[in-house]
Ligand binder design. Sequence first.
Ligand code: 9MR
Length: 568
Amino acid sequence: MLVLSSSLVRSGVRISRTLAAAALLGLLVVFLVPVTPADASAPLRQHAASRGKFIGTALATGPLSSETSYRNIAATEFSQVTAENAMKWESTEPNQGQFTFSGADAIVDFAAQNGQQVHGHTLVWHNQTPGWVQGLGAGAMRTAMQNHIGQVVGRYADNPTVVSWDVVNEVFDDNGGMRGSFWYNTLGQSFIADAFRAARAADPDARLCINDYNVEGINAKSTAMYNLVRSLRQQNVPVDCVGFQSHLAIQYGFPSDLQQNLQRFADLGVQVWITEVDVRMQMPRDSAKDATQATYYRNVVNACLAVTACAGVTIWGFTDKYSWVPDTFSGEGAALIYNENYQQKPAYTAVHDALAAGGGGGDTTAPTTPGTPAAANVTGSSATLTWTAATDSGGSGLAGYTVYREQGSTDQQLGQSATNSITLTGLSPATQYQVYVRARDGAGNLSTPSATATFTTTSGGGQPGGPCTATGTVQTQWNNGYVVQPVTVANTGTATLNGWTVTFTLPTGHSLTGSWNATLTTSGQTVTARSVNHNATLAAGATTSFGFQVSRPSGNTQTPSTYTCASP
Ligand code: 9MR
């Protein structure tokens, strides 16, 4: 689609290229989508196409030739591909005048077979450029650059699969000055305009981009980029598009002005592309970090969706098995949307649902409310929640669940699951968690929240206070009262318990009105629940439960939070 709209105004040869691409891409995705409701299992590219965007990935030639899972996901989920390394100067012209295109061709052939378009990356960069280029004098360097661009872009100029190029890459330093690369030091800033002109001459129909990192938010560097692009276009230098790499990290925060920044560039008349997004984290992964990462991915996709001139989003790889991150940032990783075993992570769901929202075949019906989660296997850092499944009748199908921690005005996402169960990891020890679940359908509609459940992680090391845990679930509540059932008591140790007590605090103004399967005594607002004969003996690993009922002031919505288990 992108190709179609950009090419009709262009030369005849590109129109035939365009029609070929449209036959592969457009007919497949654009014309089928309106009659086929987007369903929860539809691949990313189908949802992206229905929103008029591409969804891309960077591909490495090694796994592309050797791994079926890698190939299958690359082929089915994405509508655009970028060579992670195979089109860089050191790969295509390692020695002056000796061009090798085996890796580049492998990427282009793969894309053509799968109805994908290729974004060429990258023509002029200070990295991965052979020493012979770097040692040239000014005149020879300019000629070598123009020749390289002519040969590489020219090779694919009549190939309908290759639609665009990163002409120059990373020309700024982080303060917004020009990077003191060998290009700049030898040629001055003029190499940028020369590179764009050479690329336009080699393929008048290709979309030509300038690409950089740390330009996602509004800052000195992105403003320098903005000024350069505006100035180049005033001089009729053919800059068609700006690439925002978007190598993000959850520990550094999300650039909340991304959409605003994309829009200011769009207002210059260029397309804006997200070209290399990944979202790294400090290892090890856990479900809370995964959930934050998913939020970042969703925000990136949503920013692109909100800006008409944003053509699409490319993820810098897709599986954590192959990512540049661990090699570059010590102790960091897990930056992509599939894990190293090719399983989809919450980040995949986030990208999927963001692309599907509004494109869900008109599905605006939310799934039913999931059941109250029940916590089990609570440790110092993890807990397993299970709930009664929701159903979806709106047509797009149930896509999964999101688990939240109730935390004042901004509840925290703890994790996502495709099934009605999740094991949360990375929890803090000796901490109370009040959690609830919402179901999600393939169009991104969210159910109303389930009732909350409360559990408290153990102290972490060994088996303090027990060795047992207690987890309370609010079964039902009404204006001035509630029932907590079950309070699950679990023997987390290795020895049989002979009797147990669970203590908890009733909020001010609450009073017990009944209990079962334990003997409850109160001291002020502190309640102690003691085992009764039939549940006092608890084998290692076994659970039992009790329940109680409380009245509370009308309009008060509190329930007890922490349950502490001990064994005499
Ligand atoms: O992912 C690429 C990695 O395999 C290479 O070793 C590295 C060499 O510089 O380049 C990586 O890709 C970079 C991209 O070409 C430009 N933007 C930053 C990317 C991550 O470093």
